[in-house]
Design a protein around this ligand. Sequence first.
Ligand code: FAD
Ligand code: NAI
Length: 467
Amino acid sequence: MADSFDLVVIGTGPGGYVCAIRAAQLGLKVAVVEKNGTFGGTCLNIGCIPSKALLHASEEFEKAAHHFAELGIEIGAPKLNLPRFMAFKDEGVEGNVKGVEFLLKKNKVTAFRGVGRIAGPGKVEVSGEGGKQAIETRAIVIATGSDVTRLPGIEIDEKTIVSSTGALKLAKVPGKLVVIGAGVIGLELGSVWRRLGAQVTVVEFLDRITPGMDGEISKNFQRILKKQGMEFLLSTKVTKVEKQKGGLKVTVEPAQGGEAKTLDADVVLVAVGRVPFTDGLGLDEAGVRRDDRGRVEVDDHFQTNIPGIYAIGDVIRGPMLAHKGEDEGVAVAEIIAGKAGHVNYDVIPNVIYTSPEVASIGKTEEELKQAGIAYKTGKFPFTANGRAKANKTTEGFVKFLADAKTDRVLGCHIIGTNAGELIHEVAVLMEFGGSSEDLARTCHAHPTLAEAVKEAALAVEGRAIHM
Ligand code: FAD
Ligand code: NAI
C-alpha cells in the first residue's frame, strides 16, 4: 500500500524545507522529495551559501593584500591557496546541508530520495535508485526552484564557459574573466575573482547595471566597482563565444546592432538570470497551469488551478530570493494547516554581498515617480558617520524615501559596509507601517554604522545632526 501523508513537498531548497518544517510544527504528517544528493536546494549547495563563503574569503584576501598595512599590520603579500580556499567554501556548504538534514529528522519529516512527479491530485511518484514509489497525500507543494538561463549558441561546459555553478569552483584564477550580465550573480562572483587577481569585464545588454535597483544607488555602485578595477561594457550584447587555442574569443556588439569587436577571455561567466525549473514534474499531465514565462501560476494562497496542489519559491512569480521562498513556505504550510498564512511582498529585503554591500527594501525613486506618489528623500553619507570614519569604511550612503504627506517610509536603499544587516531595522519599521520620524526618534547606540540609518531618517525632515 502507498505511504500516505498530509503534505508532500517536492524540493528541499529554502522554500521546500522551511515549508516542511513549519507544517510538521503544526502537527501535519509531512514528507519531502529531493532528487539531489543533499538537501538545501540551489541556495545551500550552489547558490547563496557557497557564493557568500567565497565572497567572505576573497574579501579577507583583498584586505590582507591592500588594507592591513594601513592599520599598522605588516604581513607581506598574501599567497592564495586555491584548493584550501575552495575547501573553506565546501565546509560551509556541508555544515549547512547537514543542518537541514538534522532539522528535517528532528521534525519527523520523512525524506524520499529521487525525482518527484505529480501523478494526479493527491498522488506523487518518486523515481529513485530503488525504482518507483507511490505516495498518497492530502496536499502537494511544488518547490522545485530554478535553473540557469542559457544564451542561444553559447554552450555552458562549466569549465571555461561557466554558469554560477562552474564559477563557484574554477580550478585556477582566470587571467581574464568576461561576465555576461551585470546582475547580482555577475557582480558578486565577478568581485570574487577580481579580488583574487582576474581582470574582469562585465558585458551588460541594458544601459545600466543591476536593473530594477534605485538609479542613484546603481550609479554609485557602478562607480565604486569601476574604482575597484571592474570594467563595464553597457548597452552591449555578446553574439558569439568561440574556443580557440589558449582561451576564448568573445564577440560583442552594441545592443541595438553595429560594429562588432572581440575580447579575449580565459573564462566566460553567463549570468543573465534564472528560469523556473519544472522538468519531469508531470505538470502538463496533471493540468497545472504555467504562465508565459514558465512559472507555475498560483493564487493569493499559493494554490495552483488544481485544488490541493500548491507552489512556492523560485518556481512562481516574484523575486528569486531564498528568504522570499522561505516566507512563502511558512505561509503555505499555515494555509494548508487551516491558518492564515501571508507574505508581505512590499517588505522583502534585497542584498548584494559585494564590498561595500548594497541593500534595499520597498520602492525605488523611479517606481514612486512612475506611480505618481509624492515623496520626500533623506540621505546620509557614511563619510559623516563616526564609526565608518574610525574604520575608514566611508564609502556609500543611506537613502530614505517617505510619503510626502504621511511620512510613512516607502523605501530605503543603502550602499555601504554591512548594508545587508543595517536594512533590517527598516524592514521592521516598514512592517509596522512606521514613519521616518519613528526611526529618527529611536535611540541608536554610538558608535555604530546604524547611526547613519537614523541620520538619514532625520534628514527626511532636513534635521540630520552630523551633516
Ligand atoms: P531551490 O533552492 O532551487 O530548490 C529546489 C530543489 O528542488 C532542489 O534541491 C532540486 O534538486 C529539487 N527538485 C527540483 N525538481 C525536483 C523533482 N522533480 N523531484 C525532486 N526534487 C526536485 N538568494 C538570496 O536570497 N540570497 C543570496 O545570497 C543568493 N545567492 C545566490 C547565489 C547564486 C550563485 C544563485 C544561483 C542563487 C542565489 N540566490 C540567492 C537565489 C536562491 O538560491 C534561490 O532564490 C533559492 O534557492 C530558491 O529556493 P527554492 O526553494 O524555490 O528552490
Ligand atoms: P539578474 O536578473 O540579477 O541579472 C541578469 C542581468 O543580465 C541583467 O542585468 C540583464 O539585463 C542582463 N542580461 C540579460 N540578458 C543579457 C544578454 N543577452 N547579454 C547581456 N546582458 C544580459 O540575474 P542573475 O545575476 O543571473 O541572478 C539570478 C537570480 O539569482 C536573481 O534573480 C537573483 O535574485 C538571485 N540571486 C540573488 C543573490 C542575492 O540575493 N545576493 C545573489 C545571486 C543571485
